[in-house]
Design a protein around this ligand. Structure first.
Ligand code: ADP
Length: 453
């Protein structure tokens, strides 16, 4: 039994069916008891009526008349005197009747009583009412054949059976529909996850409910969207990598082929070999940065945070990077008013700053100034790198941290850029749980601010 709808349906059916059986049983008992009680009370009432007639007109004719009345009805009457001698009866007296008549009647109320109510085992149910006149006194016995009562009960049972079967069929039908309605979204989700496991991420799960099933459908849908997005990203990334690798490799192959030729001068050969070395250096940088990103993606690197004075670290960075700034004719300024302590991984912090400063240098013209400023705002330390370079168009700003995203590809390549620097910076900033923002204006410059806390 694999189908969830069948499982849910059967479970509900068993529960509801059991409830229905209990209710039907209770109802049946109630109706049966009240029907029997009615029959018994009718018997007593009939006996009481005969008593009233006897007490008013006690004579032979009245007695015969009462017996005659009962012959024509479905009840029987036996009238006895106080000694138990039978004055008249509407039928032949059988054993059960004899026994009941013989039983001593003590403290009997004028309104009579039931003397036999066992309709299941005895042939008659019975009631007795005492009568008293000036001439004689005695008892009026009323009997009713239990076959009629049993027939009545059988009829009641038949009605209950029909009603029970009809209710069970209707219940089963309703439950079948309901269980299908409940199971349908589950089945759809199962099919969707099956597709996901086979790598088909373009699924569309419509969600029409706000309950837990709806939430589950939403979760599966967002998982599928995420996987789809990752798949597209991975494909784009792979395409970008192969493109990025192919370009320097084409140069290397081209220049190596030319350098091999006999007729070229020594100077040209050295030139070509220099180009090959440059391209190999670029490839090495690219591969190193890709490895770095792969590590960041897999979380296989660890951030080892420690407190250190920020100005001291900036001085060290500036010493490393200053020669390249001087060569590019750009002034590097550091504004670090107080040697605040910062909690960071010192090596990664240096990597972030060097990447950003290198961009500022690469994309700024000679004669400009790049300023690194540190300030404290409440509990945060803000480090900004401001350049007077060519700036970043606002349409490109949202994508600037994406891998291989470059505004001017050939210019970036020329300057030794890989298009991975800012992605690495972003990953490192995120790993520190910091924030990074870029503000930029074309031909005026860019300011990148890191908020560390
Ligand atoms: P790249 O290796 O090409 O510099 P990055 O990821 O570091 O790659 O930067 C992505 C792109 O963002 C660069 O190609 C460049 O076009 C632009 N960019 C980054 N920093 C600056 C900056 N300070 N000024 C102008 N453009 C910048």
């Amino acid at each position: 039994m694999k189908k969830i709808s069948i499982k849910i349906g059967l479970l509900f059916f068993c529960l509801i069916f059991m409830m229905e059986v209990c209710l039907f049983f209770l109802l049946h008992q109630k109706i049966a008891h009240s029907r029997i009680a009615e029959e018994l009370s009718a018997l007593v009432t009939r006996g009481n009526n005969h008593r009233d007639v006897l007490e008013t007109y006690y004579n032979d004719e009245t007695i015969h008349h009462i017996a005659l009345m009962e012959v024509k009805s479905d009840t029987e009457v036996v009238i006895t005197n106080n000694q138990g001698e039978i004055i008249i009866s509407s039928t032949d007296i059988n054993n059960q009747m004899h026994q009941l008549i013989k039983t001593e009647k003590k403290e009997m109320s004028r309104n009579g009583k039931i003397i036999e109510n066992n309709w299941q085992d005895k042939p008659y149910i019975a009631a007795v009412t005492p009568f008293e006149t000036d001439i004689d006194s005695g008892f009026v016995y009323m009997f009713k054949d239990t076959r009629q009562v049993k027939e009545l009960m059988q009829q009641l049972n038949r009605h209950f059976l029909i009603a029970g079967i009809a209710t069970a069929i209707v219940t089963a039908f309703i439950i079948l529909i309901l269980s299908r309605i409940i199971a349908r979204p589950l089945i759809k989700m199962k099919e969707a996850t099956k597709k996901l496991s086979k790598g088909k991420f373009s699924i569309q799960l419509e969600n029409s409910s706000n309950d837990e099933l709806g939430e589950l459908a939403d979760s599966i849908q967002s998982l599928a969207n995420e996987l789809n997005h990752l798949k597209t990203e991975r494909n784009e990334f792979l395409a970008s990598i192969s493109h990025e690798l192919r370009t320097p490799l084409t140069y290397i192959k081209g220049y190596a082929d030319v350098a091999k030729k006999d007729h070229i001068s020594m100077t040209d050969r050295v030139n070509y070999l220099n180009i090959i070395t440059e391209e190999v250096t670029k490839l090495t940088t690219l591969v190193t940065e890709l490895m770095e990103l792969a590590q960041l993606d897999n979380n296989t690197f660890t951030i080892q945070k420690q407190w250190f004075p920020i100005c001291d670290s900036l001085k060290k960075i500036s010493t490393t990077i200053l020669p390249s700034f001087q060569e590019s004719g750009i002034t590097l300024r550091m504004i670090c008013p107080e040697n605040y302590q910062i909690l960071a991984d010192p090596i990664r912090f240096e990597q972030i700053l060097i990447n950003l400063l290198d961009n500022a240098r690469k994309y700024s013209p000679r004669g400009t100034i790049t300023t690194v400023k540190v300030k404290k705002e409440n509990a945060d330390i803000k480090i900004s790198i401001q350049d007077e370079g060519k700036g970043i168009p606002s349409k490109d700003l949202p994508f600037i941290f994406e891998r291989f995203y470059r505004i001017d590809k050939s210019r970036s390549r020329e300057l030794g850029g890989t298009g991975l620097g800012l992605s690495i910076v972003k990953e490192l900033v995120d790993a520190h749980h910091w924030k990074i923002e870029i503000a930029s204006e074309i031909n005026k410059g860019s300011t990148i601010t890191i908020t560390a806390r």
